[in-house]
Design a binder for this molecule. Structure first.
Ligand SMILES: *[C@@H]1O[C@H](CO)[C@@H](O)[C@H](O)[C@H]1NC(C)=O
Ligand SMILES: *[C@@H]1O[C@H](CO)[C@@H](O)[C@H](O)[C@H]1NC(C)=O
Ligand SMILES: *[C@@H]1O[C@H](CO)[C@@H](O)[C@H](O)[C@H]1NC(C)=O
Ligand SMILES: *[C@@H]1O[C@H](CO)[C@@H](O)[C@H](O)[C@H]1NC(C)=O
Length: 472
């Protein structure tokens, strides 16, 4: 009587134990998955095993779901008892289906379908029911190789069905080892702990290998050694480092952007320099010449400049040219030339000795109002024969250019002669540059005032001035 009571009590405790295990399964040893999104919270098994007549439970542990539906071989729960005796265990929020007395007919594929408002996850468990204890171990969860970041919390899991062990047997367990490169199994570090779990009265057991924070030295191979009397399995997994997904930065990028930028900057600098140069180069040259060139004062000559012109140009020559040069401190001499170009050489020759420069004004008037290449060629040739003396031609009009001009017997053209001479064209619109060009070729004037833009000279007759400066 007493023995019966005791055994009933033991059975009751056993059932309690199973029921508690069932109820707790999805709340113990869960993964700490951050956030509230729908997800599985435990390593979900793909294969489950049972012995006829024993208790069996299947689990889909999850969170964040709105509903769980169960299917057996495609047939949705509730199914009739002929199909399966497993029933939903509502206390575990439908995550578990179970029966306390499983039959062969309960074998099959059980699928749980989790839904939230937007997505659906499903997981299928293949259940096999044996009528007698299998000799070997049946893996319910085969450990998977993993990648992890350094510092990450991570666990490996390994679980097998061994069947009902008649006596509690210390020779049944799952133990993790570190596998060295030469194949030797060693103990895992103390920091990495092993957590043994079992369910259904120890028929299924396994071990978690928990890394509270993965360290670089933890990467490597781990072996789950799982055994029961007469059977064992070794399962290897590799824990490797997951590389942070960083945007790939080319260590030696082709610096296209920098090069384009540099090119643009260089271009801007060149353009700026050119602009500044165009604007200030002449000024600089005149300044430098006046400041640093050797003075020519001690050469025994009386005049700096001889200004030669035809009678019709006298107003411009003496009223503008000579007066401006004199204001700048140049000692000038004036010379009216005859209208016969061929006499010029003789007319000017006497002054070469006493003047440092000769400025000849060449205008339509000098060539009898016939501004054509041949006449100008004659005039320039005359001036050229003056020889060594520094000669400056001030042309009051652009020299005519003719692309068809043929070379004469000397192999020369007006352009070639003009090119070999110093000809400064008078541009009424841009006369400051004209003066700079002129000053540049005159002797340096050290003490003289800085070459300021000359005042527009007063002329006795504005009209006659304009008529002289022929606008083409
Ligand atoms: C449903 O779950 C997925 C992840 O499983 C999540 O991305 C999504 O936001 C969830 N939807 C709702 C409405 O909670
Ligand atoms: C659990 O399943 C029952 C029966 O299928 C269903 O009525 C109930 O809504 C389910 N509960 C959840 C939380 O899915
Ligand atoms: C269960 O699924 C597996 C794999 O999909 C299949 O091979 C097996 O036949 C299925 N079992 C049943 C009873 O439908
Ligand atoms: C494997 O390597 C470890 C240490 O590197 C050493 O202690 C052990 O003896 C080696 N085992 C074999 C079989 O070579």
């Amino acid at each position: 009587m007493a023995a019966q009571t005791v055994s009933v009590l033991f059975i009751a405790i056993g059932v309690m134990d199973i029921v508690l295990g069932i109820a707790d399964h999805c709340s113990l040893n869960t993964l700490q998955v951050p956030g509230n999104d729908m997800d599985f919270t435990k390593e979900a098994t793909n294969d489950e095993f049972a012995i006829v007549g024993k208790f069996k439970g299947l689990h889909c542990c999850a969170k964040g779901y709105r509903s769980i539906e169960w299917y057996k071989d495609g047939k949705m729960y509730p199914w009739d008892l002929d199909r399966s005796r497993l029933i939903i265990y509502p206390e575990s929020a439908n995550q578990t289906i179970s029966t306390s007395n499983i039959r062969q007919e309960d074998e099959g594929n059980y699928t749980c379908v989790l839904r939230n408002d937007t997505v659906m996850h499903s997981h299928t468990i293949n259940l096999r029911v044996f009528d007698k204890l299998p000799d070997d171990l049946k893996m319910t969860y085969v450990p998977q190789s993993r990648q992890a970041y350094v510092g990450e919390h991570l666990r490996l899991f390994c679980e097998a069905f061994a069947g009902r062990l008649e006596t509690p047997d210390p020779s049944s367990a799952a133990i993790w080892h570190r596998k060295l490169e030469n194949g030797t199994l060693t103990e895992v570090p103390k920091r990495v702990f092993q957590e043994r779990v079992s369910r259904e009265e120890g028929q299924t057991f396994g071990t978690y290998l928990v890394f509270p924070g993965v360290r670089p030295e933890d990467f490597g191979v781990y072996t789950c050694r799982i055994y029961k009397p007469g059977a064992f399995k070794y399962l290897d997994v590799t824990l490797s480092e997951k590389m942070k997904v960083i945007t790939y930065i080319d260590p030696n990028p082709f610096p296209l952007k920098e090069m384009v930028l540099s090119a643009v900057m260089l271009g801007l600098v060149i353009i700026t320099v050119l602009i500044v140069y165009r604007r200030f180069a002449l000024r600089c040259q005149v300044y430098l010449k006046d400041r640093f060139s050797a003075p020519e004062d001690n050469d025994g000559k009386q005049h700096d400049v001889l200004v030669a012109y035809s009678p019709k140009d006298s107003e411009l020559a003496s009223g503008v040219l000579v007066s401006t040069l004199e204001k700048r401190g140049y000692v000038c001499q004036k010379k009216e030339l005859s209208l016969d170009v061929s006499n010029w050489n003789a007319e000017l020759a006497g002054h070469i000795e006493s003047c440092r420069r000769i400025i000849t004004v060449v205008s339509p008037a000098t060539v009898n109002d016939s501004w054509i290449s041949s006449n100008l060629y004659q005039a320039l040739k005359q001036l050229q024969t003056l020889g060594e003396t520094k000669l400056i031609c001030v042309a009051l009009k652009e020299l005519p250019t003719s692309p068809t001009e043929t070379k004469n017997s000397l192999g020369e053209t007006l352009a070639s002669v003009a090119h070999s001479m110093n000809i400064i064209t008078w541009h009424r619109n841009n006369d400051y540059n004209f003066w700079l060009k002129l000053y540049k070729d005159l002797p340096p004037k050290r003490a003289g005032p800085a070459p300021a833009p000359p005042q527009r000279p007063r002329l006795t007759s504005e009209r006659s001035f304009d008529s002289l400066v022929v606008v083409t």
